[in-house]
Design a protein around this ligand. Structure first.
Ligand SMILES: *Cc1c(COP(=O)(O)O)cnc(C)c1O
Length: 416
């Protein structure tokens, strides 16, 4: 069975990402489901309505890592209308959101750059009304640079409190002594938010460490507010996907949803906990599918070897499909000998080693002749599915790494 949308992308109802021009005849493509994305956002909104205690929390989308490999440029226009705030890592991506809004005449969304920012970049963000995370003492240097730039408005900042991840943020020991520069540069820095990040919500079903992090967050927040007495109470945010789902106490004023925006569960443990905490398991729909047309389909006689190193030998005559996908594109070499792809709704094992630009699959039973086939590397075909979790598992990694490593060069097409 062939599900809709499995043709070559030029045959399906697609909106091109902007580069124009045709598709290379032999290149894999990523299909991004706009309806799955909407479903996932609505799921979080519904969860908030049901268990949020009537508060109007902000729904935030994390678009770092090239939108978790889905494609920042393709995802931004789809995500922007659905959410209240956008979280990014680089200042360049923050400015790209403002450029996109101007180009399309859209009202500016709250945008927060969570990664490292040089003082000159901070000036550019202040001018564009993009928020910045202040996470360490290197920000002292930005104060005088911002002052010299004679800005019309201060840089809007969220202070990161390190509550136990040991990554960015001021530890409780550093607050208030090492955050004093923010008080000295009130004209340059406007405190609008405070955040932290959990270390362990995905890997466990009991949240003891997370609760300790929440206590530390409250303490740090209290110290900051006492020190800086902001005009309005700062926006508090700490929950990524897992905590948004399974730790209602951690939701505060905004959710920073990354992996689950794209329809993936943070981990099996989160899934288990969600069933317990929420009573029933919400549905997440994966946004991404990865497909290609075969480069060639042909028979190999019994006894033939397949791929580098002769690691696979056909024990019987085998109809193989050579697929134009390899580890260059983000298909991990570690899945060699373990993975399968889908052709005509059937599982087709990957034979031998994954190569730089090719992999070879057994299509003996999946097709009746040597005409080209469409292969699904990730996603549904008929009744079968290959999940990002499965491929990541074969590659001894997590789906976060698998999807963010999908090649930036791959064609991305948005489907309904
Ligand atoms: C990546 C990240 C998130 C999103 O995490 P998910 O598990 O993908 O939802 C949220 N906050 C910060 C600070 C992050 O680095």
């Amino acid at each position: 069975m062939r599900a809709a949308g499995h043709g070559r992308p030029s045959e399906v109802n697609v909106e091109h990402g902007g580069t124009g021009g045709g598709f290379p005849a032999h290149a894999s493509w990523l299909e991004l489901s706009a309806s799955a994305l909407r479903h996932n956002v609505e799921m979080f909104r519904a969860l908030e309505a049901a268990t949020g205690g009537g508060l109007r929390r902000m729904m935030g989308a994390v678009l770092k890592g090239n939108a978790y490999g889905h494609g920042f440029r393709e995802m931004l226009p789809r995500v922007h209308p659905l959410v209240d705030v956008l979280y990014l890592i680089t200042p360049q991506d923050g400015l790209a959101v403002r450029a996109f809004e101007r180009e399309h005449g859209l009202a500016p969304r709250q945008v927060l750059v969570m990664g490292a920012i040089a003082p000159e970049e901070a000036v550019a963000l202040a001018r564009e009304g993009v928020d910045a995370v202040v996470a360490d003492t290197s920000w002292r240097e930005a104060g005088p640079v911002l002052r010299a730039a004679r800005l019309e408005r201060p840089l809007r900042v969220h202070v990161h409190i390190d509550t136990g991840l040991g990554r960015e943020g001021f530890t409780l020991e550093q607050i208030p002594r090492e955050t004093a520069f923010l008080a000295e540069h009130r004209e340059e820095f406007e405190l609008v938010g405070a955040l932290s990040h959990f270390s362990n919500t995905e890997d466990v079903t009991e949240q003891e460490y997370a609760l300790a992090q929440l206590e530390a967050f409250e303490t740090g927040l209290h110290r900051l507010v006492t020190q800086l007495s902001p005009a309005k109470p700062p926006q508090r945010h700490i929950a990524a996907s897992a905590a948004s789902l399974v730790l209602p106490r951690a939701r505060y004023d905004a959710l920073r949803v990354g992996i689950s925006l794209y329809g993936l569960w943070p981990s099996p443990e989160t899934r288990l906990s969600a069933r317990l905490v929420l009573g029933e398991l919400p549905t997440l729909k994966p946004v991404l599918a990865w497909r290609c047309m075969s480069q060639v389909v042909k028979w190999l006689p019994a006894g033939s070897y397949v791929g580098y190193g002769c690691t696979y030998r056909c024990s019987e005559p085998t109809r193989i499909a050579v697929l134009p996908v390899g580890y260059f594109d983000g298909y991990p070499r570690l899945v060699s000998g373990k993975a399968h792809v889908l052709v005509n709704g059937r599982r087709c094992p990957v034979l031998g080693r994954v190569m730089m630009n090719h992999l070879i699959v057994d299509v003996t039973r999946a097709t009746g002749d040597e005409r080209p086939v469409t292969a699904t590397l990730l996603g549904h075909d008929g009744d079968e599915t290959v999940s990002a979790e499965a491929v990541a598992g074969w590659a001894q990694t997590i789906h976060y790494e698998l999807v963010t490593r999908l090649g930036a060069h791959l064609k991305r097409v948005v489907v309904e």
